[in-house]
Write a protein that binds this ligand. Sequence first.
Ligand code: NAG
Ligand code: NAG
Ligand code: NAG
Ligand code: NAG
Ligand code: NAG
Length: 578
Amino acid sequence: MWLPALPTLFCTAAIIGPALATSHRTYYNPILPGWHSDPSCVYITETETFFCVTSTFIAFPGLPIYSSRDLESWELASNIFSRASQIPDLAQTQNQQGGIYAPTLRYRDGTFYLIVTNLGPDVNGLVFTSTDPYDDAAWSEPLVFSVYGIDPDIFWDDDGQVYVSSADNNMIHHYSLDLTTGEIGPVSFLWNGTGGAYPEGPHLYRKDGYYYLLIAEGGTETNHSVTMARSKSRTGPWELCPHNPVLTNRNTTEYFQTVGHADLFEDGDGNWWGVALSTRSGPDWENYPMGRETILTPVTWEDGEWPVFQPVQGIMHGPLPPKHKAKNPINKPEHLTFPPGSAIPKHLMYWRLPDESSYAVSPSDHPHTLRLTPSNYGPSYNASSQTDPITFLARRQTDTLFAFSVDLNFTPTSPHVEAGISVFLTQEQHVDLGIVDIPLPQSKVSRVIQFKTYGQGTYNGPLTNTTLDIPRKWGDKKISLTVQAVNDRTYVFSAALASQPRKKVEIGSVDARVLSGDTGRFTGTLVGVYASRGGRVGHTGSGFGGDKGKKGDYAYFSNWRYDGQGQKVDDDMIVSSY
Ligand SMILES: *[C@@H]1O[C@H](CO)[C@@H](O)[C@H](O)[C@H]1NC(C)=O
Ligand SMILES: *[C@@H]1O[C@H](CO)[C@@H](O)[C@H](O)[C@H]1NC(C)=O
Ligand SMILES: *[C@@H]1O[C@H](CO)[C@@H](O)[C@H](O)[C@H]1NC(C)=O
Ligand SMILES: *[C@@H]1O[C@H](CO)[C@@H](O)[C@H](O)[C@H]1NC(C)=O
Ligand SMILES: *[C@@H]1O[C@H](CO)[C@@H](O)[C@H](O)[C@H]1NC(C)=O
């Protein structure tokens, strides 16, 4: 047996350079699993850190910015949109696929810039700035400007003048922007792409004396692709890349489909990288509850040449920076106990702006719980037209296989008030497992576990809608509710007495296609908790909170657990979640 001369190797390494160096490693896509579309990233040389932001549509807080030192281990640095005052319109946005999407993140002279369109009741361009990407509160109120369409890019020319490129009317437009006043200059036409549908998602780069324009074409479905053009002048005329599309998985049998809406950045070692969105669906494109996720691909970009992207798959190899595990990585088992004095963790999301008074962490009479006050509507009501705040708090499904469970202490005093867990794509497409009192004749009620599916997704089979009387011996005790993705197409729902979690009663299962596409083509599945009056408006309780009903209708959640149990990375391959 041959033993390497370790001391010699060590000395050599010490002489050649830093002990830690770029290494060709295997990594897995998606790098940001779960609903993380339209990634835009920068690399900060001073701190050797990568930052990426993704779309959040009408969820709040929004525009999460993730950081990583090694492109593999990511953590949530801050939410760019964390105060209602920044985008008050979000409260009135009905469109489940509207709101805030397709941002561009850039960094210049110590400041981060985030530009995005808000598609609310009005359409506006917004620019947020910050010098501390780790602090929600450091992100500014937005500069508001008249944007042309969607997907704005922000670019500084050699003279420091700022330009926006955006997609409107199936064309890429281009105009200057004054970052002090929000005034825009005359609009010029930039490019239509190579003939694919929906030229959008532009990003402009300056390299080797050229302006490189990258866009998405084909629409954000299975024809999605990335194309490029370049010019010595900022506004063209454009020379087309001879190997367009530079990146796509269209017309392939790959498990990772819809690859497009890319951005490019260079790391500290001179390696280029591309990020893009992709859907783990295979070419059938039917079963993809996590929606559009963020993938990473190595890019070779020689001086004066066109960038060459590696095709996207689940298992990739690339010259990654040295391994550097994030302090609070996004992919780790989660156990929330809602301790007294703590805040709601910042990766949890509401649907639109919340009524903050409906959420209380560790109220003094129920420490270590999250107390929800039921909203009139809720996931338990099928209407996106309702923009009243809904009491719903959730996290992304970030793993193909996972288990999510929470204990619920809920003894409602009003019929029809319900509380439970929801696997949620939109207000019209979700699956709820909750507890509710159903009225019986002679003012009696029956307390049941109710399991309901709303919406259809890409699934054509029968939908579940069942109730089960709560076993007598469970009485008013705490109940544990669980949903588990047992394979990539089935969610199994169960309930148990919280004190006997192993004695689970299986309530039913749902096909994951119910949570794919349809009314939620751009969003991705969330899992979380809700409390609702199921659309029964204006119930006035006895001496408590008016519309909000009776104090007895509070729902107390505790012992929140989410555990990733596997990531599907190819047709027949599931790897560990962590
Ligand atoms: C670009 O596309 C728009 C919309 O389809 C069309 O009106 C316009 O003529 C096109 N311009 C060029 C230069 O192809
Ligand atoms: C993809 O493009 C092909 C060829 O242009 C077209 O026939 C097809 O309808 C498109 N599919 C989708 C999902 O847009
Ligand atoms: C898919 O491949 C077929 C056959 O090679 C080709 O005719 C078609 O144009 C391709 N479609 C797209 C959207 O690339
Ligand atoms: C929910 O609303 C959608 C769209 O309005 C409708 O198609 C669907 O049938 C409704 N589902 C249920 C369960 O009411
Ligand atoms: C579920 O079934 C009940 C009665 O069985 C019915 O009243 C209700 O409308 C159904 N709900 C859905 C969402 O299908």
